[in-house]
Design a protein around this ligand. Structure first.
Ligand code: ARG
Ligand code: MN
Ligand code: MN
Ligand code: MN
Length: 311
């Protein structure tokens, strides 16, 4: 099977340095070799990690409270063209981040290509401690990695091309086709948005109540059979016990096995069209071992989504 690789060494959607080293750390720990040699994929695309330094604007003042708006808009627009390219050719697309703002690009590109190629809307399974659905106005931080879902669904609107106005209707995600898993740190404004739009969300409470097996059944039932799926996995969905080296860790999260299980089940649908793995920041763990564990957890999630099985 053909796999398109997009590697995004980007940190501009949030203030902490180091998340731009995520893709390099994942690749150096052997992820791409494992995908090629053990899982048998034919890889296309980025051989070396992209940093998009050429897209840095001369000046980038806050706009509607957003930080680095011109930069994040330009980089995500470029990423959209890359995932579009792979997805148009029928390749499953794997993007290694980078902070979660990059999903504006990965999902926009996949959504457009899937509409053109299969005449279908994509569904997104967003696995995260956070909902990342703030509008510029509801965000307390101004960090765009907390806003991607709002821009993709059109809940946050902006006309100006250079401030995400490039996101056209055929790049959008329908709120009905969005499912969250793992939520446990959702801002007040985000809770209002989720309620108003009736977004399907399985928090840690739901996972405790039903177990991850039942939650995945319900999540997939909501999406419906035979719907192309884009899996956007923020490593901070995992408990910091498994993934401490990330910018916004929140205790009380998924075990590594629960994370792997989500990926395994999504693979088994046979409907996966794209995967993002984001927010691995190797420089934030208290110990070198903590950074390595986070990288290893990230590799495990990706391998499971690509079809690795235990037996
Ligand atoms: N809700 C907070 C914010 O808007 C945190 C977002 C964290 N997002 C992430 N992709 N880790 O800033
Ligand atoms: Mn998160
Ligand atoms: Mn996130
Ligand atoms: Mn398979």
């Amino acid at each position: 099977e053909d796999l398109g690789i997009v590697t995004v060494g980007f940190s501009g959607g949030q203030p902490k340095a180091g998340v731009d080293a995520g893709p390099t750390a994942l690749i150096e720990s052997g992820l791409l070799t494992q995908i090629r040699d053990e899982l048998g994929y034919k890889l296309h695309g980025d051989e070396t990690v992209k940093f998009y330094n050429d897209l840095t604007p001369a000046s980038d003042p806050d706009y509607r409270g957003m930080k680095n708006p011109l930069l994040v808009s330009a980089v995500t627009k470029k990423i959209a063209s890359e995932t579009y390219e792979h997805s148009s050719k029928g390749r499953l697309t794997l993007t290694l981040g980078g902070d979660h703002s990059i999903a504006i690009g990965t999902i926009a590109g996949t959504a457009k290509a899937t509409r053109e190629r299969l005449n279908r809307e994509i569904a997104v399974i967003w696995v995260d401690a956070h909902a990342d659905i703030n509008t510029p106005e509801t965000s307390d931080s101004g960090n765009i990695h907390g806003m991607p879902v709002a821009f993709l669904t059109g809940i946050a609107k902006e006309e100006k091309e250079e401030y995400f106005g490039w996101i056209q209707d055929d790049m959008r995600l329908s709120v009905r086709k969005l499912v969250y898993i793992g939520l446990r740190d959702v801002d007040a404004g985000e809770k209002r948005i989720l309620r108003e739009h009736g977004v399907k969300a399985f928090s840690m409470f739901d996972i405790d109540r039903h177990g991850i097996g039942r939650v995945m059944e319900m999540a997939l039932a909501h999406i419906g059979d035979d719907t192309p799926i884009h899996l956007s996995f923020d490593v901070d969905a995992l408990d910091p016990m498994w993934a401490p080296s990330t910018g916004t860790p929140v205790r009380g999260g998924l075990t590594l096995r629960e994370g792997d299980y989500i990926c395994e089940v999504v693979h088994q649908t046979g409907n996966l069209v794209a995967i993002d793995l984001v927010e691995v920041n190797p420089s934030l763990a208290a110990t070198e071992a903590g950074a390595q564990e986070t990288v290893r957890a990230g590799c495990s999630l990706v391998r499971c989504a690509l079809g690795e099985t235990l037996l």
